[in-house]
Design a protein around this ligand. Structure first.
Ligand SMILES: [Zn+2]
Length: 421
């Protein structure tokens, strides 16, 4: 059975696997389980060994393996990692689950991020099953919840952690650390060796509610947020000059993306909440980056309270009027350390097939950081452009999709040679 990437992609797009992104939702488009079932059918048809790994209700990773043709216990493991979820479909201008296909493009939710890569990997696997000599064990891990917290990838890496159970359904499937990992994301056939991480948390100002006809008897939490926003904007400007400058990823950034507060216009609000996104450049750690922001805001407010005798906001904030919640997302950066040989190996095959491929860094996060943090040399590679991902008319180039099949095939067929090189 030889799979065509284009047909497989059309089928995958028509099976919704929308990530609720932390929202309380109900409906038959949410969660990954339908795609998981489809993948299981494909693995069964190819005759691959597989196992499912529970992450959360209706959310399971599925892992399948195609053994090396000689001494699979000694042969290296090449992990192909690809996430099953897509972002939501709100505001889309095309039919999200009825893929439109021309000879040049296939569109629909997930076509680019990242069901295109998934289809290319499945098509490559369906050919690899038939080759007479495979130097490497190919393990494909299709994970859940990449778009909102990386919990699928976090669960996956438990399989090769030192304290993993000795015998379970992943014995002889993925019971030792992979030698290398290719993480599928739209990179336009470039090889991503480093990317930023992120840490996100909420900041609350605490005021005192009262009737708005007599605002002086309360304390307005929305006004209190003013100096905090000023501090964060100033912090971002400062780290643009002084933050760690990574050769592939540039400097860290900070952004406030959400604000809420108050219950009605005739009530002085007692609470205001903002959500902060601090992007972490390789070489920084997310928790230290958050500590740096908190210390900066504190210092900014101290200077303000000394220099501004009129406004009482800064002293109030320093005296319990401000609190930082625990982070609700921690995404590690991917470091370009230890993945140099793998990167050049992938780049050279990509360039041969596709004509052009560069080694680069990007700003968006991936499961690659979770896998790379366990010491597995990891690069991010796949067809399609991130500028077409998450969009109202998401699409992928058919030419890139077909090139990706050939490249994934070459990576599996020639890995041994590159290891000894
Ligand atoms: Zn993705």
């Amino acid at each position: 059975m030889k799979l065509q990437a284009t047909d497989t992609l059309r089928e995958l797009v028509s099976i919704p696997s929308v990530n609720p992104m932390g929202r309380a939702v109900d409906g038959d488009i949410f969660f990954e389980h339908r795609v998981t079932d489809y993948l299981q059918q494909q693995f069964e048809r190819m005759g691959l060994r597989f196992a499912r790994q529970f992450v959360a209700p209706s959310r399971e990773n599925i892992v399948a393996r195609l053994d090396a043709t000689e001494a699979p216990d000694q042969a290296p493991i090449m992990l192909w990692e690809v996430h099953q979820d897509t972002v939501p479909v709100d505001g889309m201008t095309i039919e999200p689950f009825h893929p439109q296909a021309t000879s040049e493009r296939i569109s629909g939710r997930g076509a680019c991020d990242v069901k295109g890569s998934m289809a290319a990997m499945l098509a490559a696997l369906s050919e690899l099953v038939k080759v007479s000599r495979r130097p490497v064990n190919i393990v494909i891990a299709c994970t859940v919840n990449e778009e909102y917290g990386y919990s699928g990838a976090r669960k996956l890496v438990e399989l090769w952690e030192p304290n993993a159970p000795q015998v379970n359904e992943f014995t002889n499937l993925l019971d030792r650390k992979p030698d290398v990992a290719i993480i599928a994301e739209p990179t336009e056939m470039n090889v991503v060796v480093a990317h930023k991480g992120a840490i996100r948390w909420r900041i609350t100002t605490h005021g005192k509610a009262c009737h708005s006809s007599n605002p002086g008897s309360g304390r307005n939490a929305i006004y209190l947020m003013g100096p905090v926003l000023e501090a964060l904007e100033s912090y971002h400007a400062d780290i643009q000059q002084t933050g760690r400058n990574h050769p592939f990823c540039g400097r860290p950034t900070t952004s406030v993306g959400l604000i809420s507060g108050g219950v009605s216009v005739n009530t002085v609000p007692d609470q205001c909440v903002i959500e902060v996104d601090r992007r972490v450049t390789p070489g920084e750690t997310p928790v230290e980056a958050r500590d740096e922001v908190i210390a900066y805001v504190d210092d900014f407010l101290r200077r303000k309270s000394e220099n501004d005798q009129v406004s009482q906001h800064a002293p109030i904030l320093l005296d319990g009027g401000l609190s930082h919640a625990k982070p609700h997302l921690i995404g590690w950066p991917l470091e370009n350390v230890g993945n140099e040989n793998l990167a050049e190996f992938v780049r050279s095959h990509a360039a041969t097939v596709h004509g052009e491929s560069q080694i680069m860094g990007v700003s968006f996060g991936t499961d690659g950081a979770v896998i790379g943090a366990t010491g597995v040399p990891s690069v991010v590679f796949g067809p399609g452009s991130i500028s077409q991902a998450h969009t109202c008319d998401e699409w992928i180039s058919v030419a890139q999709l077909n090139d990706a099949v050939k490249i994934y095939l070459r990576l599996a067929n020639s890995f041994e040679m590159s290891r000894s090189a």
